[in-house]
Design a binder for this molecule. Structure first.
Ligand code: ZN
Length: 218
């Protein structure tokens, strides 16, 4: 079991990786890479635990990704360095198309061919690639709370999301800046937030279910 301190409020997996720095760096310990990979629903903790001993690599990828995506959002076009970064990781986790039986049918499916750590980086790279090829750079934003460093991709219909938290009533004032958490028994399901900088130990994201290993995800 991993400590559920990771947030998945970013709207895209690549943005969720950026949000692993809150009050502290959530990828600071050796086991954090595997914990994040499982919490993100990309690779099982047990598959990553043996290969992902060094979180410095994922932190470096995260910060390079942050620079690239922030530049994309500011300029409206991705910098060459970001494109090269994504292509590097996409190539390490190639997608293989297979034919297989499913009951009486024969179907094709696409699966990742990389090892566990390559699949983790590949999933984030695919998410970022989809963002810069199909997304709107104006919708990648930092939370409007000046004390909050979280980012999100605005998938709302109106395109006016300003806060990182999930408010039941949509956008609202900073005073009701909230984040949904996995409730402990007898505890309300929403905690007040700000200050965001002190929320890391309380704000817990619901882990995503792991997809079948064969399925490529965003
Ligand atoms: Zn925020």
């Amino acid at each position: 079991m991993f400590p559920m301190t990771f947030l998945f409020l970013g709207g895209r997996l690549a943005v969720d990786l950026l949000n692993t720095v809150i009050a502290r760096d959530l990828l600071g310990r050796r086991e954090d890479v595997a914990s994040w990979g499982e919490a993100a629903g990309v690779v099982a903790d047990r598959d990553l635990r043996n290969v992902a001993r060094e979180p410095a690599g994922l932190r470096a990828f995260r910060e390079a990704l942050r620079r690239g995506l922030v530049a994309w959002a500011a300029a409206g076009t991705p910098p060459a360095r970001l494109i090269a970064l994504l292509n590097h990781h996409l190539a390490r986790d190639p997608a293989v198309t297979e034919v297989s039986r499913k009951g009486r049918d024969v179907v094709t499916r696409v699966r990742s061919a990389g090892g566990p750590i390559e699949r983790l980086y590949g999933a984030v790279a695919r998410s970022a690639a989809e963002l810069i090829t199909q997304g709107d750079p104006r919708r990648l934003r930092k939370c409007a709370n000046p004390t909050c460093r979280l980012m999100f991709y605005d998938t709302s219909k109106s395109g006016r999301r300003r806060w990182c938290g999930h408010e039941p009533g949509g956008d609202s004032a900073p005073g009701s800046h909230t984040v949904n958490v996995l409730p402990a028994p007898g505890v309300e399901s929403t905690v007040m937030w700000p200050p965001c900088s002190s929320a890391s130990s309380r704000a817990m994201a619901r882990p995503r279910p792991l997809p079948p290993r064969s399925r490529l995800r965003d």
